[in-house]
Ligand binder design. Structure first.
Ligand code: HEC
Length: 143
């Protein structure tokens, strides 16, 4: 199971800079040498967590606890081909603010809108930083 998760992570990291077809062929072989960046690990955690929240919201539950490890977006190391741009930092802050709103029980906005706003900021940042995972992130949106 763990192996599978890394394999999936790997596929997404590579999709930021190479063509997907190549990955499918090479995936198995390169796997041993691949070490995901802290940021890639965090991103996959955030994806999984938001998927869980989406299911809860659809089931009529209201999520209450902001996952503090999301704050690691401000410090986690990116993979070595990227540096933390000012733009990245600005989007990190916007994203964290939006994600916190999902857990704000005082908010007047419907939970669905707050959740979709947060996912929208995942997508906004990805539009400039790493477009590969966007189709997958869009699946998090609640219709
Ligand atoms: C501030 C910009 C930013 C925000 C906000 C952001 N991402 Fe990312 N994301 C990145 C960057 C940059 C990478 C590439 C990571 C690296 O280079 O180490 C990435 C990578 C990923 C990956 C691929 C990870 C891998 O295995 O390589 C996924 C999946 C992902 N993000 C999902 C999300 C989701 C879901 C959200 C919102 C909950 C989100 N991202 C919010 C910038 C962002």
């Amino acid at each position: 199971m763990k192996k599978l998760i890394w394999l999936v992570c790997f596929a997404f990291l590579i999709s930021c800079n190479t063509k997907e077809k190549q990955v499918e062929k090479k995936e198995k072989k390169v796997y041993d040498m691949y070490e995901p960046s802290e940021m890639a690990i965090l991103m996959n955690k955030m994806y999984a967590h938001n998927l869980k929240i989406k299911k809860e919201i659809i089931a009529g539950e209201i999520p209450t606890e902001f996952p503090l490890d999301f704050l690691e977006i401000h410090t986690a190391e990116l993979s070595d081909f990227k540096s933390r741009s000012e733009r990245f930092q600005a989007f990190s802050s916007l994203f964290v603010t939006a994600e916190k709103e999902v857990f704000n029980s005082q908010s007047n906005l419907p939970i669905k809108d707050r959740f979709n706003n947060a996912v929208g900021l995942c997508i906004s940042c990805h539009q400039t930083e790493c477009t590969g995972p966007i189709p997958r992130i869009k699946k998090l949106l609640i219709k």
